[in-house]
Design a protein around this ligand. Structure first.
Ligand SMILES: [Zn+2]
Length: 143
């Protein structure tokens, strides 16, 4: 079973409370606007004036907006989410050096200038001979 982290649990509980608060105030407001009175468990039927109903509606909208910002800013960030799917590396076909994208100058190799680098994933598809050469070298070392 997946382990639930404590910050995710607290976040979930607070989200649930905000959700309940929003629905309670929102439906109270809607019923009050259309019928002028709301049946309650504790105080029987409560009459609301139209302006009171609008005020409750504003409370509901405020709850929704603050809930939205709460979720946006306090949502537990998953560390995996922030990592790129593939490491962003690229290789220069001329000097054979590997760079991180951040090291490049306008996408060009910083050693050779004006030479476009190739993504590592595509590099050996583009230069299959180099891969063969590497395999040869490895085989030589093993012998
Ligand atoms: Zn280069």
């Amino acid at each position: 079973m997946k382990k639930i982290k404590i910050n995710e649990l607290i976040f979930g509980i607070i989200c649930f409370i905000i959700f309940i608060c929003f629905f309670a105030t929102f439906f109270t407001a809607i019923i009050a606007i259309f019928f002028g009175e709301v049946p309650t468990k504790t105080s029987g039927i409560v009459k609301y004036s139209f302006s009171d109903s609008i005020n409750i509606l504003f409370v509901a909208i405020f709850t929704a907006i603050s809930g939205f910002f709460f979720i946006k800013f306090f949502e537990p960030k998953k560390t995996l989410k922030n990592k790129p799917k593939h490491p962003q590396y690229t290789k220069c076909p001329k000097c054979k050096e590997v760079f991180n994208y951040k090291e490049l100058i306008n996408g060009k190799c910083k050693n050779c200038k004006d030479v476009d680098t190739v993504d590592l994933e595509e590099y050996f598809e583009k230069y299959p001979d180099e891969l063969k050469e590497k395999e040869k070298n490895v085989n030589k070392k093993e012998q």
